[in-house]
Design a protein around this ligand. Structure first.
Ligand SMILES: [Zn+2]
Length: 132
């Protein structure tokens, strides 16, 4: 037996509103602790500095470049997924890979649109080392 089930509901974004809106537009909005400056993308609920209050005023938003280094990836029938570290972030993120046919460890965040807010990256190839 096969039938279609359609769900139409709204999930409150709460404190993650700026982060989710950024994902839909392809912008990497990270959460930054005002006490120790730790930057997390995706944003973490509390900070490793054990900040006593977990109030929204304890954190600010910081826009990252959106580029990332792939730490590990896996490819299967359901698509490609990667563990990455976004440039400027102190934590790592699990992402969907939009172009799993591409090889390389350098990637960038892409916009996912209003209805699928999730961290999705496009593989750009191998990172190029630069010497200043
Ligand atoms: Zn902190």
């Amino acid at each position: 037996m096969k039938y279609q089930l359609v769900l139409d509901y709204h999930l409150g974004e709460g404190a993650l509103g700026p982060y989710l809106e950024g994902l839909s537009e392809g912008a990497a909005l990270a959460r930054q602790c005002r006490r120790c400056d730790r930057v997390t993308f995706p944003p973490e609920r509390s900070c490793t500095c054990q900040s006593l209050d977990n109030l929204p005023a304890s954190f600010g938003w910081k826009t990252l470049a959106g580029t990332a280094t792939v730490i590990h990836r896996t490819d299967g029938l359901g698509g490609g997924f990667a563990l990455v570290r976004f440039d400027g972030a102190d934590n790592m993120a699990v992402c969907r890979i939009s172009n799993p046919q591409e090889e390389g460890n350098h990637a960038t965040l892409i916009a996912t649109g209003e209805y699928r807010p999730a961290i999705t990256i496009e593989i750009l190839g191998e990172a190029v080392e630069t010497i200043d």
